[in-house]
Design a protein around this ligand. Sequence first.
Ligand code: ZN
Ligand code: ZN
Length: 92
Amino acid sequence: MICANKKCAKEFEAKTHNQKYCTDECCRIATNRRIMEKYYEKKAIRNGALRPCKKCGCQLSRYNESNLCSSCLKKTNQSQRDRLLGLINEIS
Ligand SMILES: [Zn+2]
Ligand SMILES: [Zn+2]
């Protein structure tokens, strides 16, 4: 296994199959960094950073914290429901 902490990236022997970091310290550092990244991302959004919708590319509102615009979100939810209904129809 290679430590998932990019600054460390040391090779180590994993004791459990889901161990991603060589030490607890590396795990802590990487978790902290993820939290900080999220924090800065949210801050940028609040400050009006422009973000495109991941599906259609239209500009997202700064109050929208997801990666999709509201109409794409609605479509996604709709198609998920359709798939579920299709599945139920197949079974019965
Ligand atoms: Zn490490
Ligand atoms: Zn969209």
